[in-house]
Design a protein around this ligand. Structure first.
Ligand code: ZN
Length: 395
């Protein structure tokens, strides 16, 4: 499963940058699932309970197949989660801030707030994931032997064997040397340690990622010609995802580079349009959202910033209640995660957004709102800088 730690984060998001539905917290890390993941869960469950186990052990009751299919699916996804958690825990122990893991269609994604600090840190964070999967694979294979020896039912022994093999397959796939797979991250750490240039190292590792994606597509196409339609399509989907993630990972490094030296002050909107907390939501929609066309606004009470109201906050209020409810009832109240100083560096601001999965910051100086910084504002700035750099290079 491809996990794109911190790489596939979109530079611009119109849904407040929040990814997935929150499930639970573990060791200070929020675990969330993307809607796509539910589809995969159902597909895996179906392929095991209706395909794999009935074909291996014909003649059993449906209840047995469903029970063993469900247990295998849950343990499989727990294994994927443990793989991601291992990246997150090692990342946190090395001073990265990983506060969120999202499980999505092709596995998981641990959100690093920025690029790792050194090639050594990158190496350790990347290596621990496949190592965890190999350890889990070994554990399940040992349990398979043990289960066979002590006479556990053959369906359950088969389940342990399946989990052992799939965890090892997970490790092998993730070790393919194409960024942003773990193997590609190891490769990037190697290039980085040799050249000292993260941007160049990322570009090279991402080229490998694109090459591996092309290889997987050809493999998928061959598989389809050989009659394996589902498996072939699956490979092609993974390859397409990998290609996109390689590009996004490259872009996120470019973003950080082009923000170098910039301050919040340079990127923020000065004197932003604001909303008062006492206004009815319906009026805020008419007079502010629809009139100015932005998807989020600072909430200011008598000159004092008190929170942020975004489109998704408004959407939480049922349409028929928007005439009675006030902005203050649905805004996100001011807290540290929403505030940045105008002289802070733009990169710190971006990290703060990524850490808290929040696309908007209030620039506050001496208790007064001086500006509003958005992820899309940062994206516009980097686009401009990259374009101007290219123009300079072209001359
Ligand atoms: Zn991984």
């Amino acid at each position: 499963m491809s996990d794109a730690a911190g790489a596939a984060r979109p530079a611009e998001t119109d849904r407040d940058g929040k990814m997935g539905v929150d499930l639970f917290r573990i060791g200070g890390i929020q675990v969330a699932v993307d809607a796509s993941w539910l589809v995969v869960f159902a597909l895996v469950l179906w392929s095991l309970a209706a395909g794999y186990f009935p074909s291996q052990f014909p003649g059993r009751g449906w209840g047995d197949y469903i029970a063993v299919g469900l247990a295998s699916t849950v343990l499989f996804f727990s294994s994927v989660l443990l793989h991601e958690l291992s990246h997150a825990f090692v990342g946190n122990s090395l001073g990265e801030e990983v506060k969120r893991i999202t499980l999505f269609i092709f596995g998981g994604m641990a959100h690093l707030s920025g690029e790792p600090r050194s090639a050594g840190a990158e190496f350790k964070i990347a290596a621990v994931g496949p190592a965890t999967s190999i350890a889990l694979g070994g554990l399940f294979l040992a349990l398979e032997q043990l289960g066979g020896a002590i006479g556990v039912g053959d369906l359950w022994v088969a389940m342990l064997g399946y989990l052992g093999r799939i965890n090892i397959a997970l490790a092998v796939f993730n070790l393919l040397p194409g960024y942003p797979l773990d193997g590609g991250r190891l490769l990037r750490a190697y290039f980085w340690s040799r050249s000292g240039d993260l941007r160049e190292a990322t570009a090279r590792a991402a080229d490998w990622g694109a090459g591996i994606a092309t290889g997987l597509m050809i493999l998928g196409a061959l598989q389809i010609f050989a009659g394996g339609l589902i498996g072939g399509l699956w490979l092609i989907f993974i390859a397409m995802f990998l290609r996109g993630a390689a590009r996004a990972g490259h872009l996120s490094v470019v973003t950080e580079r082009s923000l170098a030296g910039a301050r919040v002050r340079d990127l923020m909107v000065e004197n932003p349009i604001t909303i008062a907390p006492g206004v009815a939501l319906a009026d805020a929609i008419q007079d502010t959202f629809l009139r100015h066309g932005f998807t989020g606004y600072p909430v200011v009470d008598d000159g004092k910033p008190v929170g942020v109201l975004s489109l998704s906050d408004v959407q939480r209020c049922p349409a028929e209640e928007r005439g009675d409810k006030r902005v203050a009832d649905f805004m996100r109240p001011l807290n540290d995660a929403l505030v940045i100083g105008p002289n802070a560096s733009a990169i710190d601001a971006l990290h703060k957004m990524n850490e808290n999965d929040n696309g908007r910051l209030l620039a506050i100086e001496s208790g007064r709102l001086v500006g509003f910084l958005t992820r899309s504002g940062i994206a516009r700035f980097t686009k401009l800088r990259v374009a101007l750099e290219d123009a300079k290079a072209a001359r």
